[in-house]
Design a protein around this ligand. Structure first.
Ligand SMILES: *[C@@H]1O[C@H](CO)[C@@H](O)[C@H](O)[C@H]1NC(C)=O
Ligand SMILES: *[C@@H]1O[C@H](CO)[C@@H](O)[C@H](O)[C@H]1NC(C)=O
Ligand SMILES: *[C@@H]1O[C@H](CO)[C@@H](O)[C@H](O)[C@H]1NC(C)=O
Ligand SMILES: *[C@@H]1O[C@H](CO)[C@@H](O)[C@H](O)[C@H]1NC(C)=O
Ligand SMILES: *[C@@H]1O[C@H](CO)[C@@H](O)[C@H](O)[C@H]1NC(C)=O
Ligand SMILES: *[C@@H]1O[C@H](CO)[C@@H](O)[C@H](O)[C@H]1NC(C)=O
Ligand SMILES: *[C@@H]1O[C@H](CO)[C@@H](O)[C@H](O)[C@H]1NC(C)=O
Length: 547
């Protein structure tokens, strides 16, 4: 079409020329709009109606063919941008035809500027550099984030054809979802319809977008006993991506090994710390997420409580012996510790601060047997008292002591009751108690029915290897009169009944045999019942008399 149009114009021009010059002279270049890749070569055909055809160009040209009215040239190394051509021929004067070579060049390089690790919410530039491309007017640069087109840029209004570098820049606000997304820069050099469509793509870059809104939190006790272990956790809440949070832990200027875990948008590190050096030590947790690094710190008071050492000399004493109780402090100690010697109820001695020796003397009493002495070391750490203690019991040996509560001086027992005689004594070791009555040893503690013979004085003697104690116990037996009376009455009644029965029996048989039955019967009818016995006695006497 273009060709046809040009031909038409040229033809009409020639016709006009012919009319003036009366001759159809022309010079033509073919192709009329030559296009060549930068550094490449191209064949140009100059044709003319006249002789002495030539080509004027800055490029290296070689005549590769000629015929009547034409000359073909090969232009090589088209490597600079002075692209004007001129075909000429010697007609009636010099005739010329001009053309401009379109030199194209696919991009030499397409580079994306590196994008730093991004913080969510902050602006960043995505910049693509395209260099060594021509003609720039035919270039389209597209910036892509994943599949999303961020920017499409063209350069129609550029005037220079040279392949200078161009930059395409786009500002983004980092988002959480940008993490791991790929950014690419695509170029397209569209030379159609006369030339090719050349597409190139830059290397990929991955965006790294981090959100670290919350402050890390360190969970640890403020005090730690030297040599013991403490669990520590460092939490980084509201972080994204939580898996990429990097932790570092230090305690007392030393790195600490730790485990990490992730729960939702919270990353945390767990460690166990210990220190043997007494004093204030810093516990530091550093969390890095992409470009952001945050710290959490705590000061931990590492304290040492000395070990209490208790010495009771001697742990076994006799009564009235002086016993020294010594409390010592052994090992590493934080300043400010105190010692005490105490028993279950009272403080017996207290030390000054940082004093490692404390003594208390006891003159042993009987009641000190079994008494527990305690050596206690205390230290106030962060307002609360840390302590260690050790205890020991004292044994005091002493002679027997018979006391009223265990062995009363007088006892009153009721005759017939079931009871036992007890008498024990205090003493260490436990005394043996023996009692005598009327010169005979008496078995104490055995239950027995109280009898009148128990009444009397018991001589008791308690002994152990530290001495003896004696006591006389006077025991009264209360005669049980009521029991005697009842038994007496019962016995009397039984005796009377038995006697009466026997007599009555005897009389009955006797009367049957000797016939005094009626006498007895009559007597019974006439006399009061109380007189029966008398009358019976009488009858008995009579009967006897009769016998
Ligand atoms: C040059 O052009 C002429 C006329 O247009 C043609 O006859 C000739 O074949 C062409 N030569 C080449 C090498 O194309
Ligand atoms: C662009 O593509 C062309 C071929 O299509 C190639 O010759 C050139 O080297 C490419 N440029 C880059 C920067 O990849
Ligand atoms: C982005 O580019 C613009 C202009 O090119 C510049 O003013 C701005 O400072 C750049 N921003 C960043 C974050 O680099
Ligand atoms: C990002 O890519 C890295 C490496 O390819 C991968 O390990 C990680 O899981 C990805 N993170 C997310 C949030 O997709
Ligand atoms: C880390 O985890 C392992 C396995 O659960 C455990 O044995 C180890 O003690 C942990 N280390 C720390 C410093 O917590
Ligand atoms: C108790 O200690 C004092 C002073 O330290 C010492 O004089 C005394 O001999 C000690 N007594 C005993 C029984 O060790
Ligand atoms: C008590 O018994 C001990 C040892 O059997 C004896 O030595 C001591 O004389 C006795 N005391 C009396 C008052 O009988």
């Amino acid at each position: 079409m273009q060709r046809f149009l040009t031909f038409f114009l040229l033809a009409s021009g020639s016709w006009a020329f012919e009319k003036g010059a009366a001759k159809e002279d022309f010079v033509r270049i073919s192709p009329e709009n030559p296009m060549v890749q930068f550094g490449g070569s191209l064949v140009l055909n100059c044709s003319a109606s006249c002789e002495n055809i030539g080509l004027e160009t800055a490029f290296t040209k070689v005549l590769i063919g000629e015929g009547p009215g034409w000359k073909a040239f090969n232009l090589s190394n088209v490597d600079h941008w002075t692209a004007n051509l001129l075909c000429y021929a010697n007609c009636e004067g010099l005739q010329t035809a001009r053309a401009t070579i379109t030199i194209y060049k696919p991009p030499e390089s397409i580079k994306l500027d590196p994008v730093p690790e991004m913080e969510v919410g902050k602006p960043y530039n995505l910049t693509c550099w395209v260099s060594g491309v021509a003609p720039i007017q035919n270039l389209t640069v597209t910036l892509l984030k994943g599949a999303e087109q961020l920017l499409v840029k063209t350069f129609e209004h550029h005037t220079e054809p040279e392949a200078g570098p161009v930059a395409v820049s786009h500002r983004i606000i980092a988002q959480q979802s940008d993490h791991n997304k790929t950014v690419t820069c695509q170029t397209s050099l569209d030379l159609r319809p006369r030339g090719p469509l050349l597409k190139n793509t830059s290397h990929n870059i991955s965006l790294r977008s981090f959100d670290f809104a919350g402050a890390p939190q360190l969970h640890a006790d403020l005090s730690l006993e030297a040599g013991t272990k403490m669990k520590v956790t460092c939490d980084a809440p509201q972080v994204s991506p939580a898996e990429e949070a990097m932790f570092h832990l230090w305690f007392a200027r030393r790195p600490v090994t730790f485990n990490t875990s992730v729960m939702g948008d919270e990353a945390s590190a767990q460690a166990v710390v210990t220190s043997s050096s007494v004093g204030e030590h810093e516990l530091i947790c550093t969390v890095s997420l992409g470009p952001v690094t945050k710290n959490a710190k705590k000061t931990v008071n590492v304290f040492a409580l000395p070990t209490p050492v208790l010495q009771v000399d001697s742990a076994e004493a006799v009564v009235n012996q002086a016993v020294n109780i010594t409390c010592g402090a052994d090992g590493n100690a934080s300043p400010g510790f105190k010692m005490q010697i105490r028993d279950a109820a009272n403080i017996l001695a207290s030390s000054n601060q940082d004093q490692r020796f404390l003594q208390h003397a006891v003159i042993t009493q009987e009641e000190d047997n079994g008494r527990e002495f305690i050596c206690r070391v205390t230290l106030i750490v962060d307002g609360h008292t840390e302590e260690r203690r050790i205890s020991q019991k004292l044994t005091v040996f002493y002679g027997p002591q018979i006391e009223d509560s265990n062995c009363p001086r007088t006892l009153t027992w009721k005759e017939g009751s079931l009871t036992s005689f007890t008498c024990s004594a205090l003493g260490n070791p436990k005394p043996t108690v023996q009692c005598w009555k009327d010169g005979r040893p008496y078995n104490i503690g055995e239950p027995q029915v109280v009898q009148r013979e128990h009444d009397g004085i018991y001589h008791c003697n308690a002994t152990n290897q530290y001495g003896s104690d004696v006591r006389d116990v006077t025991l009264h037996v209360e005669f049980s009169q009521s029991i005697g009376l009842i038994i007496g009455c019962i016995l009397a009644v039984v005796a009377v009944v038995a006697f009466v029965t026997v007599i009555a029996y005897k009389i009955y048989y006797h009367n049957q045999r000797i016939g005094t039955y009626y006498l007895w019967r009559r007597g019974k009818q006439q006399q009061s019942p109380q007189a029966v016995g008398n009358s019976a006695e009488q009858s008995f006497l009579n009967g006897n008399a009769n016998v």
